[in-house]
Every structure is written in C-alpha cells, then in structure tokens.
Design a protein around this ligand. Structure first.
Ligand SMILES: C[S@@+](CC[C@H](N)C(=O)[O-])C[C@H]1O[C@@H](n2cnc3c(N)ncnc32)[C@H](O)[C@@H]1O
Length: 258
C-alpha cells in the first residue's frame, strides 16, 4: 500500500485550493501572482497544480523529509512536461530557513504549521515567511476548528477503492495539544494503520491572526466558507468575514498581506 497515493486521493483538493489562491491574490493586488512557495509541501501536488496553470508561473516546494520529496519527484513531477519541469524545484529544507525569497505567495496548508506549538516559534516562522515575500506578497494558510476539533474521535470517509480514517487520538484541553492519525483500509480489507501521525496544537483564529500581525504582516483576514441554501452544507466559496458560524467542525483560510 502506498500511503502517499491514498493521501493525495483523500485529503487534498489542490484545484480548489489554487483557485482560491489565484482569485484572492488577483482581487487583492489587481494582477496575477507568479512566484509561489509551498511550505510543508509533502508530495508537492499543490506546487504542480500552480505551475500547470500558466507557463509563467514558478513554484518551490519545501519539506524536511527527503523521502516524501522523492515520492513527489517520481510520481508528480515526472508527469510534467519538460517545460513545466523547469518551472518547479523541490527543496529539502526547514521552512524556518527556506532559501527562496522575493515570492508573491507562500502557502502553509493542511494545517501543517500547527506543528509549531510555542507562540514564539510560530511568530518566528511567520516572520521568516514575511521576509521571504516580495513587498506586495501574500501568505495563505488554512485552519480548522469547531467543538469537534477538541474531541477524541474517529471519522471514516469512503473514497474510491479505500476508506480514509481520521483519528483524533488524544486532546489535552490544558495546552490544546492533540495527537492525530490517518489510517487507510482498502475495499479488500487491507489496513494501513497510522500511515500519518501529527502532533499539533489547535490554535484559535484570533491567536493565528494576532501572531501574524505581531510578526509584522499588514493584514490578517479570515476567509469563511458560505452555506449552500439547499443542503445546509458548505458551498466551497470562501469570503473575507468578521462573523463565522458555530459549526461542529469547520475549515477556513487565513490570508495575510505583507
Ligand atoms: C500535514 S503534511 C502536509 C503535506 C502537504 N503540504 C499537503 O498538503 O498534503 C506535513 C509535512 O510537513 C513536513 N514538515 C514538518 N515540519 C517541517 C519543517 N520544519 N520544515 C519543512 N517541512 C516540514 C513533513 O515532512 C510533512 O511532509
């Protein structure tokens, strides 16, 4: 079983993510973004989507784990044309000291920055992102929360040929830190337990926006998902908002301008 294959086909929706980044940058700045860095890039699927949108786009993916980058190279970058291959570079580096700068956009998605559990460390990361952006650049993050985020639970979702299982194994309300796992089970019943594990602090949105402003960003705005009138579910459209809904579980974007 190939855990990265299952991950890409259950967790990620890079098209929707890049649609949001493209249109939000265009709205904020009045011109398209070109140079993007994907922090915590894993298999670099998002960076590949970015460069596939325009021949003038460039992307850098940064991850500490050489094995996940190798998988991305062999399975995602290898699908690109010769021209596209020149638009992207994977860097085996720490996001804290990533070497690529003068960027239009930096991404920290799939809550990966929740790995920084101390405030000072998070602010240091945010400051380093700010330094990596050009003067008009924008930092995009996602976040999750709601009262179910603070619960120990197991959730299953049927995917094509397998089941994705998200486990919040422990949550400590005193420090807001949690242990999570992703497991997969094929339709034939083969299990891949603890394919991924994450030890995170669940940061609240006011904490995240306050730390971004402390790090020197000019703005830090929450983009909240709208509701489909017919189904009552999220409609996939995220807009800058000051008032959210007290949902059991929500995912949103945070957008910070340098
Ligand atoms: C939750 S995964 C996210 C992968 C990918 N961004 C995605 O959206 O699917 C977290 C990734 O962050 C990487 N990582 C953790 N700490 C890091 C750091 N300090 N610098 C760079 N990468 C790091 C891990 O190796 C892992 O691949």
């Amino acid at each position: 079983m190939d855990k990265h294959y299952y991950y890409q086909n259950s967790v990620q929706c890079v098209e929707a993510e890049i649609d949001f980044v493209e249109s939000t940058y265009q709205t904020l700045k009045g011109h398209p973004a070109k140079k993007l860095r994907e922090d915590f890039c894993g298999t670099a699927q998002t960076a590949c989507e970015w460069i596939s949108r325009d021949a003038a786009n460039q992307a850098w993916g940064v991850d500490l784990d050489p094995l996940v980058l190798q998988w991305g190279n062999e399975n995602n970058l290898n699908q690109l044309t010769v021209q596209q291959r020149q638009q992207i570079q994977l860097l085996n580096e720490d996001v804290m000291s990533a070497s690529i700068a003068e960027l239009d956009v930096v991404l920290a998605m799939n809550f990966s920055y929740f790995i920084f559990i101390e405030r000072d460390l998070m602010i240091r990361y945010f400051k380093s992102v700010k330094e990596s952006l050009q003067s008009n650049g924008v930092f995009f993050l996602d976040a999750f929360g709601g009262y179910e985020a603070a619960k120990e639970l197991v959730e299953e979702r049927e995917c094509d040929g397998f089941t994705y299982i998200w486990e919040q194994a422990t949550f400590n309300p005193i420090n807001s830190q949690m242990q999570c796992y992703i497991h997969f089970v094929t339709d034939e019943g083969v299990r891949l337990d603890k394919a991924f594990d994450y030890y995170w602090r669940i940061w609240t949105l006011p904490e995240i926006t306050e730390m971004l402003l402390t790090a020197g960003f000019k703005t830090a705005e929450v983009y909240w998902e709208g509701t489909d009138e017919k189904t009552g579910e999220g409609d996939g459209i995220y807009t800058s908002s000051k008032l959210g809904t007290a949902d059991a579980g929500w995912v949103c974007y945070v957008v910070a301008e340098k």
